[in-house]
Design a protein around this ligand. Structure first.
Ligand SMILES: Nc1ncnc2c1ncn2[C@@H]1O[C@H](COP(=O)(O)OP(=O)(O)OP(=O)(O)O)[C@@H](O)[C@H]1O
Length: 838
């Protein structure tokens, strides 16, 4: 399908095949003055609303004191006006970009934000692009006009309207408007998009709200309340769609999502930085942006990983290995241990510890939360031992006096001899030696000299027993997930024990030296361990709530005391005198110590491992390993998710091969697949080369249709890569041939990047480049996922394909990053997969 056919596919009425230059040619539209007036009116109204929000915000800030209720109301107002102000500020650029003329004669303007007049009827002046009434702006076609007869695209610079293009959805009206006007207008609607696509790229993505296409809009507004998967090739706008969907959902389900938050996960921090401005430019700030590497609160995974380790750690087998690693920390002694309580020596046998461990395991609670069971069973047994030793009358039936005396020492009971003499001790002797001392049976128990209170006291004493506490910490320690993982990965013995069924090579892959920082592949393991251990924010919250109630009780007590003494002090004095209890209530007093009350939902959600997000969006979702899916699914108990990705671009060896396989453990087949089929980034000249490679990766995946033909052929350069001078000279020659003022990425394997960054000529160009003049960067091929540049120079394609298990996919990603020009620098051999075009 040609670029023009692709444009028809996305729903434009194309009556001419003119290119970008022609589309940009602006005819003076007869409505330009009236549209300029309307634009002025909109901006004036926006200014009014901004100053009102600013004034209200100032008032809310300066209002002091008040009851806790007033304080919390004030905080809500501050949040509300801050958000309003951010929305109005964000709407400043390109405030209005469309107009819809309906067949019933009504007219609506479409823009970044909804505006109403301040008349009595609050007449709508501008529709928010996300409102239902705005939908035909994105969806209406000649075949399905949705009650619209004309769609107008308005381009402006600041307040100045610079271009108006009309699309007629009604043939009669188009004819009445005159054929010439119709042709030009129809092409110009397309021109708005082509102009946007042709624009020089900075290091940051921009929103596409004025030019969202039909198939994209259908996904953005998809009402399915479960999992939707957005599959699309490179440049089809998956990221754009994901971000606009977040803005749409926050607008449409504001109340619910304001409370629960939206999480957007991206592949790496460079990518998050690249997309970070899109949502604020749409007026949305309450979204948590994270990578898998920083999704676990308090952990920042910056280490790098060998891909074999990435594969092993990503496999779901790790769940069992981690469980074993935790089990291995639940130990029992190999010998009897003695502790002394009130001068009484108590013996703890391995069997007693094993019994406690068995009971704790049987509780089926996570490790840390099973510890109380372990402690309980151990203390019960020790209390019994104490009772046996101290309180229970014993009965001697046999044995010689000497042996009995030796046993007496064991019991540290000064009255033991007396007990033997009086026949209270039951010693069983064999062969002239004491074989064992029986508990004495039910009658003896009945005669136990310790009361229930005595035993309770003994138990309390055992609870506070330092030596015993240390032993318990050895046998059933409280564990932190990051410590368990660090200990496991840095000990070959621990790995061998926990992963005994792994082959040597896989065990090796897990090992790393002590003190190594965590990698992104470690983070899902830490999260899994947090589950196995029971590191639970819910429990922490309960604990916090208990602490809060305690603070409140203490504050009430303090105020009561104050009140009591005030009654005495002020008995005969002026009743008008204000006492502390008049102006501070218990809650306000207690609240002074509470620091977290001002946190936003996004801040609280980001800090809480167990936060249940209202909606979760995953970009480049094909990169998630089975372990990472487990982690992400925990954040989305309601399974309302938008997963965006392209399985042809999977570079994680543990990543997704098929969506069904990745999702079935969580939602079986209850997920919806939406596909994007048009490539907005890469022109056809570049796509042709990438398509050759795609066929080698997966024959069944069809490549998206490019919307632009492209002005430049792909450049091929045969250079000996080990000859640094030659490489330097080639790169210089390529860079000087590129259109200036545009961004350029030189993409290679990490190893080759290290060589490139030492090339003298290139280095001086790199350090002198600026964003304004067109940034030039050297980028590791593993870091360019999701990004785009005007020009891309791929160095050493065969090194990229041979450099990793997913090398072909990495090269495919690299080839599809350019919006304008692609150059390929190879060393004698062009990978066969590209050769058709070499
Ligand atoms: N409707 C649109 N109007 C204008 N620009 C668009 C539109 N859709 C996509 N684009 C632009 O096309 C480019 C590619 O979009 P995006 O990065 O979202 O694609 P992607 O499918 O996520 O690509 P990849 O999988 O390769 O990372 C971006 O510059 C984006 O702004």
């Amino acid at each position: 399908m040609s670029a023009v056919e692709a444009r028809e596919h996305v729903g434009w009425i194309v009556t001419s095949t003119s290119d970008v230059e022609e589309a940009q040619h602006t005819l003076t539209h007869p409505d330009l003055p009236s549209e300029q007036n309307y634009m002025e009116r909109l901006y004036d109204r926006l200014e009014d609303l901004k100053s009102t929000a600013r004034r209200r915000l100032d008032e809310a800030h300066s209002a002091g004191g008040g009851t806790p209720q007033a304080r919390s109301e004030r905080e809500s107002y501050i949040r509300l006006y801050t958000q309003e102000l951010a929305t109005y500020r964000a709407a400043n650029m390109g405030l209005c970009f469309g107009r819809l003329d309906a067949t019933d004669g009504s007219t609506n303007y479409v823009g970044r934000v909804g505006l109403r007049d301040d008349d009595a009827e609050l007449t709508p002046l501008l529709l928010d692009w996300r409102s239902d009434l705005s939908r035909p702006f994105y969806l209406a076609t000649a075949a399905r006009p949705e009650g619209i007869e004309r769609r107008r695209h308005i381009r402006s610079h600041g307040r100045k309207v610079v271009e108006i293009n009309d699309e007629y959805l009604d043939a009669d009206l188009a004819a009445r408007s005159g054929a010439k006007e119709l042709d030009t207008a129809d092409v110009a609607g397309e021109g708005a998009l082509l102009e946007a696509l042709d624009r020089a790229r900075t290091g940051h993505m921009t929103d596409v709200v004025a030019t969202i296409q039909r198939e994209q809009d259908e996904i953005i507004r998809n009402q399915h309340r479960g999992v939707i998967v957005v599959q699309g090739g490179p440049g089809t706008g998956k990221t754009a769609v994901a971000l606009h969907r977040a803005a749409y959902l926050l607008y449409t389900f504001r109340e619910k999502l304001d409370r629960s938050g939206v999480l957007i996960l991206g592949p790496n921090s460079t990518f998050l930085d690249y997309i970070a401005r899109v949502l604020p430019s749409l007026g949305e700030s309450g979204v948590v942006l994270r990578t898998i590497g920083d999704l676990y609160p308090g952990i920042e995974a910056v280490g790098s990983e060998h891909e074999h380790a990435e594969e092993v750690k990503g496999s779901e087998d790790m769940v069992e290995i981690l469980k074993r690693a935790v089990k291995n920390r639940q130990s029992s002694p190999s010998q009897r241990t003695k502790i002394s309580v009130d001068g009484v020596s108590l013996e703890i046998t391995p069997a007693m510890v094993r019994k406690a461990r068995g009971r704790a395991r049987m509780s089926r609670k996570p490790h840390n939360r099973a510890r109380p069971a372990f402690v309980d069973v151990l203390l019960d047994q020790l209390t019994d031992v104490y009772a046996d030793v101290v309180g229970r009358p014993l009965h001697v039936t046999a044995g010689d006096a000497e042996s009995v005396a030796r046993e007496a020492a064991l019991f540290s009971d000064p009255d033991f001899d007396a007990a033997v003499d009086s026949g209270l001790v039951d010693v069983v002797a064999e062969g002239g030696q004491v074989a064992r001392i029986d508990e004495g049976g039910p009658e003896a128990l009945e005669r136990n000299l310790l009361t229930a209170d005595d035993l309770a006291n003994v138990r309390n004493e055992l609870e506070d027993h330092d030596e015993l506490a240390e032993l318990i910490d050895q046998w059933w320690p409280i564990l932190a997930p990051e410590d368990v993982l660090a200990d496991l990965l840095s000990s070959r013995e621990s790995i061998a024990s926990a992963a005994s069924d792994y082959v040597e090579e896989d065990q090796q892959a897990l090992f790393r030296a002590d003190g190594h920082s965590f990698t992104p592949a470690d983070v899902p393991l830490i999260d899994e361990l947090a589950e196995i251990l029971g590191v639970d924010s819910e429990a922490e919250r309960e604990e916090e709530e208990r602490a809060w109630q305690e603070q409140l009780r203490q504050a009430e007590e303090a105020l009561e005391i104050l009140q009591g003494s005030a009654n005495m002090e002020f008995e005969d004095t002026d009743s008008e005198i204000l006492a502390a209890y008049d102006i501070v209530d218990a809650e306000a007093l207690a609240r002074r110590n509470r620091a977290d009350s001002d946190l936003t939902v996004a801040e609280r959600a980001a800090a809480d491992r167990t936060w249940a997000f209202g909606h979760v969006i995953v970009d480049e979702a094909q990169e998630l390993s089975p372990m990472a899916w487990r982690m992400v699914m925990r954040r989305s108990p309601n399974r309302w998710m938008t997963l965006v990705g392209d399985i042809a671009q999977t570079s994680n060896p543990a990543g997704v091969d098929t969506w069904g396989q990745a999702l079935s453990p969580y939602v079986e087949d209850r997920w919806q697949l939406c596909e994007l089929t048009v490539n907005y980034r890469t022109p056809a000249t570049i796509t042709a080369v990438a398509d050759n490679l795609l066929r080698s990766i997966n024959e069944t995946i069809s490549s998206p249709r490019p919307v632009r033909e492209g002005r430049y052929p792909v450049g091929w350069h045969d250079v000996e890569l080990e000859d640094s001078d030659a490489v330097d000279a080639t790169l210089m020659s390529i860079l000087s041939s590129l259109e200036q003022g545009r961004s350029t990425a030189i993409v290679a394997t990490a190893q080759r990047c290290a060589q490139l960054s030492r090339l003298p000529e290139l280095n001086s160009i790199l350090s002198a480049s600026t964003e304004e003049a067109g940034l030039i960067q050297v980028e590791d091929v593993r870091r360019v996922k999701g990004l785009e540049f005007d020009h891309v120079v791929v160095v050493g394609p065969d090194e990229i394909t041979g450099g990793s298990i997913q090398g072909m996919q990495d090269l495919y990603v690299a080839l599809t990053r350019a919006t304008q020009q692609l150059h390929i620098v190879f060393d004698g051999v062009v990978p066969v997969e590209l050769a058709a075009n070499g």
